[in-house]
Ligand binder design. Sequence first.
Ligand SMILES: [Fe+2]
Ligand SMILES: [Fe+2]
Length: 715
Amino acid sequence: MKKFKTLAVVFVFLFCLCGLMTGCDSDSKNDTVKNSVISIKLKYNDNEIPDDSLSVNLSESPLTFTAEVQVTGKASKDFTLTSSDTDIATVSDKTVTLLAEGQTTITATAVGDSTKTHAITLNVTGETETGPVISIKLKYNQQEITDDLLAVIFAANSPLTFTAEVQVTGGASTDFTLASSNTKIATVSGKTVTLVAAGQTTITASAVADPNKKHAITLNAGYSVTVTGGTADITTAIPNQTVTLTPEIPVGKIFLGWKFNLASIQTLTVNSFSMPSRNVTVTLDSGDDKPYYITNNFGEDSSTELLVQWHSYSAPETQTLQYVEKSGSFPGTGIQVTGNQFQGLGNVGVYAPRNIFRTEVTGLSPNTEYKYRVGYEGAWSDEYNHLTSGGDESDFSFTVVSDPQSEAHSAMSATLSAADNFDANHRFYLMGGDLVDNIGGRPGEIISYTNAASEFNIKRPIAATQGNHDTHFIDGSSYRFGGAEVFNAFLTFPDNGGDTQTEKAIRSQCYYFYYNKVLIIMLNTMATSTGVSGEPDYTRQAEWLKGVLENDRNNNLSRYTIVVTHIGPFGGRDNTRWPTAASRKAFTKIFTDYDVDIVFSGHDHVYGRSDPIKITVEMSGKNDNTDYVSMETEGNFNSVPNGTVFSIVSATGPKFYQIVQSDQWVPKFYPVRADNPKDNDPGVFVNVKVTASKLTVTVKKNDGTQLDTYDVTKK
Ligand SMILES: [Fe+2]
Ligand SMILES: [Fe+2]
């Protein structure tokens, strides 16, 4: 140890001597004496300080620096720090305390060689708080999602990429994760949502730094709703969702309904529909100018009078019927007609407002073919044809049908076409009622009927009476006596009914007309003397019937009498239902007293026909079997000369009933029941040929099957 100390003294001596004699420095050739500082480099958090500049936040104070000091030999690696602006930062040993925002120069100086320094600029920024996630808000396509609902078009918009606005304090993460509540509708991968099926799922964004902070939105992956002529409350709707439409009706037009691009959704007259599983295009139907729903009938005298009715949505309130003989050309003779406003509301059903035009053409020549059209210049209807009756005793034929009673009328069209094919020259149809199934609840039905009927009306009239289904009853009750507002808006007939003259525009009406000296009487079993409810009372209608027949017989006007009624006196399926009993009480004896030839009725949707019978007792109208017993005892149900044939004419389709065992009443009255016990599908028409000596009745199904034939000889 003593020896080492001695050696050290020698080195110190030599080192000092060298310094004195040669001024040698650390780079001098003799390493053993070069204990000096080469360089110094300040570091912060063991990192280089690029560009000699360091930005720190006040909140990071105090800072501790290190320095990389390169030395030779055993020179000190220590260093000192200084701050150029002690208002910004002060230094204590290796520690820098930040005091304020601003800039200061921190200089490191090597201990042992004050010429070796490294200065950096320290930028001190303002203090910010540190803390948790404040909020998170999911965004789609950088847009806010209003009402937490995002509607996208299924398939077309997939996949969707979301972002989130995450508000945090301090350095908390702004990252987020996504989840889908229903992966059958949409799956999630990272920030991407892929639509799997149309429907609804909840997409939730959760902040990574605080999973309790969430933002959930409802994702509607629906199909598109494109509307022309209005708007939809939802432009992207999921299946079965109710879509509400708001029409934008052009000036001078009216709302008729909506037309869809899908066969599964027919025209809608209400402003909402249930969304199907595909994209939907809806177009407002505000009507065109051409008249709609043209129906016709004979006036009381079919040899000189024609009744025509039409609807118009947008055209002038005064329009014209032009008629001319078939060989001539329009304009012919014009009749100015002012329309009546009609709009269905409340218990009538919803019918768009329109003008209804109704006129009677008089002074026509007998046995002459005419053509006519309705509307106005620039908006004429199709051309309709009309053949007046001869008014004499010429032979002719006509067709009886009943109960098309459905939402669509293709079956009726098929049956009427079959009737035309069977007898191309028949002059008119008698229609026994129940034109539709629900005239009030489903407005489209009478529109369907009238559209179908119009095609046949181009050639010949359809004289119709009202069935129970043709009374408006949208509250679900099955009958509403006297409720004819809609029926009367779509049909026309001679205004010669007897029992309902007051409020006739809205009440059920009976009527009659003559055709080649055949008296056609259309009873209306929905017309009752006692108002619109309770049991029917046909007293006034029976008086009217008697008056018509009395006048006819007194003046010898007819050679045959045909009656059509919806609910017949002898129901096909049930003899006890009250309208049947009331009809039996009111009319049967009158039929006998005035030798009515045939009474055709509808309502029962089966075919049947009695022999000619006479009812010689007053019926009580009881809706039980006592009337039946009374008639069996006192009446005569076998064929009698000059008796009246009662016939139920089945339906034109598509609804048919089947007579069952319990229908005890029927076999006694209707020995002819085709296809017993099957129904009469696919539709029945009754052709009646009128000659001087007899009526020849032929009953066919529209598939060509003959159900019945019989003659009624002239009384
Ligand atoms: Fe019916
Ligand atoms: Fe009926």
